[in-house]
Design a binder for this molecule. Structure first.
Ligand code: GLC
Length: 563
């Protein structure tokens, strides 16, 4: 398949057709995550780049997304896939240059897509000029340096462990230690230092001036550490992480930083947003990040972590909506990203992944789609060790160390080097089965996952009840493993007329059996592909719904019905 957009004059034409922004666009936006190094490679070095991403933007616009989030493309030694930034105002040569970033932003705007870029404020690269100066004894208070404990200060200053495994401290030549919650190549900044705060304000302005529409804030819960850097207790960290606040995560002090950034964003108008990558122990703690004077969105990782279980899913949806409603914010749903096992594999089958996607896209609020989930890509679980680059894997005993399997470059075409990822190879090997999962292979196949996502985003756009509508209304008394809820457009009292823009019924069957439900509605979309020989479920639903009979809902499916 040829690249759809290669014109060097794109930037100019894009400038001329920028669309005005819808107020509060982010509240129900579908935002597509581009993991730049694995999306599209324009120069054949096997690593995705900004130009490659620009050329493939029509795929994202064609899917029906509202915005794109680009993972870090800044100057970096790439010790953690670019989350180790050496210069926040420069593009790494492996990804292109500033002109490419500018072209990408203009081209996206020309296609009606907003652009969110990643900002990494918790730590810099150990090659950042500030850290090089710190090693030379200059400006050490921009980082967290402390003397060691024990005889000769030979023990780390406290018992904190790196998220990637091993101690969170590394000793430098003069005997003192510096803190790194992630890899040793990612020294933590000290956010009590005014110079650090001023520098990040300036970095945000730099990208806002270039035209970006917002920031995904990396480790937004980590910048402030508890006073005195207290010990956690031997062996406790792994048990407590994710369920309780730790002295380095979700400290109250981070909120003041986010308030400052909100003011900065608003000085550019109402449409620029901040989205928190914040791991908080409860939905209530997470909601604090999206109070009216803080960030606009925070990824709902509780939803992402929820197993394929109807009761648990309903509880997470309710808890999340309740918590965000208490601060007047929408919820931000996500099923996959570049740090977790792809949900097709997590849920145990592509059918469930498709159903999970329709569930997510039918919930009130915004949703993030991670590149490749629209192709139903599974996690690649058998990468050879020598190909892996995740620092967590290289450090051995960290988190899980298996984040490369969700970062394998996308297949675009059925043939050609790296299935159209680029004119050369790909930095991680692609499984041969991905030929059949390529964008080219799935386009125009009505049973494909790609077409399901395209239709889902289209139906969602045509039905404001989905995404932007009022609260979820659960229907009770259904068989175990089955959920159903109604969504109504804002301000619509009764049920709709079943046409565009009306109310929608959503059924989710998490069981492995077809179920019959005492409901009626005209099918809008089903995650279960039409059976090859038997009449399609959609046709059957239509007949039965028209007759006012029960509807039959396939195993492991989510169906949207107009009511
Ligand atoms: C975030 C990123 C992850 C990175 C880490 C350290 O969790 O999503 O990829 O390794 O922060 O920056």
């Amino acid at each position: 398949m040829a690249h759809e957009l290669t014109s060097p004059s794109l930037s100019d034409s894009a400038r001329s057709c920028e669309r005005p922004s819808r107020p509060g666009w982010w509240r129900d936006a579908v935002i597509y995550q581009v993991y730049v190094r694995s999306f599209a490679d324009s120069d054949g070095d096997g690593i995705g780049d900004l130009r490659g991403a620009r050329e493939r933007l029509p795929h994202i616009a064609g899917l029906g997304a509202d915005a794109v989030w680009l993972t870090p493309f800044y100057a970096s030694p790439q010790a953690d896939g670019g989350y180790d930034v050496a210069d926040y105002r420069a593009v790494d040569p492996v990804f292109g240059d500033l002109a490419d970033a500018d072209d990408l932003v203009r081209a996206a705007h020309g296609l009606g897509l907003k652009v969110i870029v990643d900002i990494v404020p918790n730590h810099t690269s150990d090659r950042h000029p500030w850290f090089l100066q710190a090693l030379a004894g200059i400006g050490r208070d921009r980082y967290v340096f402390r003397p060691g404990r024990g005889p000769g200060g030979a023990e780390p200053p406290n018992d904190w462990e790196s998220v990637f495994g091993g101690p969170a401290w590394t000793r430098v030549a003069d005997g003192s230690w510096y803190l790194h919650l992630f890899a040793p190549q990612q020294p933590d900044l000290d956010w009590t230092n005014a110079e650090v705060r001023a520098e990040f304000d300036s970095v945000l302005r730099f990208w806002l001036d270039l035209g970006v529409d917002g920031f995904r804030i990396d480790v937004a819960h980590g910048m402030v550490k508890a006073e005195g850097l207290p010990d956690i207790g031997h062996g406790q960290q792994a048990k407590l992480i994710g369920t309780q606040r730790l002295p380095f995560f979700d400290q109250d002090g981070v909120h003041e930083i986010h308030r400052g950034w909100r003011r900065l964003l608003e000085s550019y108008g109402p449409d620029r947003i901040g989205v928190a990558e914040a791991w908080a122990p409860t939905p209530e703690r997470l909601a604090l990040y999206v109070r009216p004077d803080e960030l606009h969105q925070a990824f709902n990782f509780q939803f992402l972590n929820c197993p394929w279980d109807a009761t648990a899913l309903r509880a997470v949806v309710d808890d999340s909506l309740r918590a965000t409603a208490s601060v007047g914010a929408p919820t931000t749903w996500v099923l996959s990203n570049h740090d977790v096992v792809r949900h097709s594999t997590r849920y145990g089958s592509p059918a469930r992944a498709r159903a999970g996607a329709l569930l997510m896209l039918a919930l009130p609020g915004s949703a993030y789609v991670y590149q490749g989930e629209e192709l139903g890509l599974p996690e690649v679980v058998d990468l050879p060790d020598e190909a892996r680059q995740d620092p967590a894997f290289l450090r051995g005993d960290g988190q899980d160390g298996l984040r490369d399997g969700c970062r394998v470059p996308l297949p675009w075409t059925q043939d050609g080097p790296s299935y159209g990822f680029g004119p050369g190879g790909s930095w991680l090997p692609q499984p041969p089965q991905w030929q059949a999962l390529s964008v080219e292979a799935q386009s125009a196949d009505p049973s494909s996952t790609l077409e399901l996502y395209r239709r889902a985003l289209g139906v969602r756009r045509d039905h404001p009840a989905l995404g932007a509508g009022e609260a979820v209304e659960w229907l009770d008394g259904l068989p175990e493993g089955v959920l159903a809820f109604r969504r109504r457009p804002e301000g619509l009292g009764g049920e709709g007329d079943g046409g565009e823009g009306g109310a929608v019924l959503v059924t989710l069957n998490t069981t492995d059996r077809e179920v019959e439900l005492p409901l009626s509605g005209a099918p809008l979309l089903s995650s279960a592909p039409p059976a090859p020989v038997l009449p399609s479920p959609a046709a059957e639903f239509t007949d039965r719904a028209a007759q006012g009979h029960n509807v039959r809902v396939p195993a492991d499916s989510c169906v949207w019905w107009a009511i």
